[in-house]
Write a protein that binds this ligand. Structure first.
Ligand code: FES
Length: 193
């Protein structure tokens, strides 16, 4: 049976110490202390995060600007973005047609070419040159390289085939080649990052 002693610290649960919802005062004090610690953590975190925000020169160093004025239809170039390869390809009308002809329901990672490219530049395909299986660099960007069974990119490490829109079509890679954040700063210049 519950009893009360003269010392509140040793009191067991009684009608006085238990609330309607069964929360005891000691529980409340502990919860309040944890909440206060949480607030203190948030207050000290804000200046820390501000200090950690990258400066403008660091941001500039983490972008890649590419002049693609010399990129002819059917050609691709390999560039480097944040120390990783990036492929930029100017698709031929046949490659665009092949990509558009595939029902999205047939794709492992459904995406239309128009979702992957940018409005007004549907013939320019920008993707990271990193296989989404285990990170090898696929073939297909340089002239004469094996483009795989679907005419896009081929990763020889374990046999992943990507189509002309860089979508995974065969092999162990789970998803399409990743499209980095980028924008056209002019008709012939791309800023990646
Ligand atoms: S890393 Fe490309 S298929 Fe395994």
């Amino acid at each position: 049976m519950a009893t009360t002693t003269g010392n509140a610290e040793t009191a067991e649960v009684t009608a006085e110490t238990a609330g309607k919802d069964g929360v005891r005062r000691r529980d409340f004090i502990e919860i309040a202390a944890v909440s206060a610690a949480g607030v203190g953590g948030a207050v000290t975190l804000i200046p820390l995060l501000t200090q950690m925000a990258p400066s403008a020169d660091v941001l500039a160093a983490s972008t890649t600007e590419l002049d693609i004025s010399g990129l002819e239809t059917g050609q691709a170039i390999k560039a480097v973005f944040r120390e990783q390869p990036v492929f930029v390809r100017r698709l031929t009308p046949a490659e665009i047609e092949a990509a558009d002809a595939v029902p999205l329901s047939e794709l492992r990672d459904p995406a239309a070419l128009s979702d992957i490219t940018q409005v007004g530049h549907e013939d320019v395909l920008v993707v990271m040159g990193v296989c989404t299986h285990l990170g090898c660099v696929p073939l297909g960007a340089a002239e004469g390289e094996n483009k795989g069974e679907y005419g896009g990119y081929f990763c020889p490490c374990h046999g992943s085939h990507y189509d002309t829109a860089a979508r995974i079509r065969k092999g162990p890679a789970p998803t399409n080649l990743v499209v980095p954040e980028y924008q056209f700063t002019s008709d012939t210049t791309i800023l990646i990052g």
